[in-house]
Design a protein around this ligand. Structure first.
Ligand code: ZN
Length: 295
């Protein structure tokens, strides 16, 4: 009985620690990985960029800030909070069966990664969801800032889906934190405009989705856009036959983006927000002076 009380007290302590350091872990991981990749991109770019960062980055980071703020305001709890709630109420698979905690954590990270792969496939396949997700694909360049640039409604929907998966599987809070920090970091890495030696990439892409692998997904060719859906683990694409090794035109010559919204003005924050509700895409007219490509 005493041991049980002790275990509960330890559990409580673990939660307190997770909650108190969580924001710092997230911020440090985001800041550290972002700076590292931004500097790396600067010295070892894979592609020459036609549109300057000075135009894209304020807008891309504007939408990332807006997403973060909206999630905070709209949801009364975080994904870690849902995991703790499920645990204390004995909800979800891993809260019902006895497993060593490291097994539950490892399995949960893999399950969450599979869920986000499937979610990504669905957001491409269902027209109304594609309207939301295509905003991520309308970036005309592909770099670290593209990685977290999603429409707020897609972010809110993803959060609800994640809550449901966490509750259904009884995902441990630690696994949620690991997964979210990992996804944040890998998303910046696999969208990076990085030149990684081909021999290294060939091995690395068996372990994690590499920039060369994910760049294929940002090609203007629908066949290529509808491949390489994975964010963390590269195995799902191979398993479900959505894997495409390289873009047909090569990484340096391929066109990034989709057919719609090709004017650089569409990279502006207000245009990004309204894209799901528009079928147009303003024309690429020469008299549009808003965002001139760099020469
Ligand atoms: Zn996509």
């Amino acid at each position: 009985m005493g041991a049980l009380t002790q275990a509960k007290a330890d559990d409580h302590l673990t939660r307190e620690i997770i909650f108190s350091v969580e924001p710092y872990i997230r911020l440090a991981a985001f800041g550290g990985v972002f700076c590292l990749i931004a500097v790396w991109e600067f010295f070892k770019p894979r592609r020459q960029m036609a549109i300057r960062r000075g135009w894209r980055w304020p807008n891309n980071f504007g939408i990332i800030a807006l997403d973060t703020l909206l999630v905070r305001i709209i949801f009364p709890t975080t994904a870690v909070g849902i995991a703790l709630l499920a645990e204390s109420n004995g909800i979800g698979l891993f809260n019902m069966i006895a497993l060593p905690s490291w097994v539950a954590v490892l399995a949960s990270v893999v399950i969450l990664d599979l869920a986000i792969y499937l979610q990504h496939v669905i957001f491409h396949a269902v027209p109304v969801l594609w309207r939301l997700h295509r905003m991520h694909h309308t970036d005309l360049e592909f770099d670290v800032s593209t990685g977290l640039r999603f429409h707020p409604i897609e972010i809110l929907l993803s959060m609800l889906i994640k809550f449901a998966v966490i509750a259904a599987f009884g995902v441990p809070a630690l696994a949620v934190l690991i997964f979210e920090v990992l996804l944040n970091a890998t998303s910046m890495f696999n969208h990076a405009n990085l030149r990684i030696p081909l021999s290294v990439d060939r091995i690395l892409r068996w372990l994690v989705v590499t920039p060369d692998m994910h760049r294929v997904h940002h090609s203007i060719l629908p066949l290529e856009t509808n491949s390489n859906f994975g964010f963390n683990l590269p195995w799902w694409d191979r398993l479900f036959r959505t894997y495409r090794a390289q873009p047909a035109s090569g990484h340096e010559r391929m066109t990034i983006g989709i057919d719609q919204f090709r004017n650089p003005t569409e990279l502006r924050l207000d245009r990004l927000l309204s894209q799901p509700f528009r079928s147009d895409g303003i024309t690429n007219s020469p008299d549009n002076q808003d965002a001139k490509p760099k020469h």
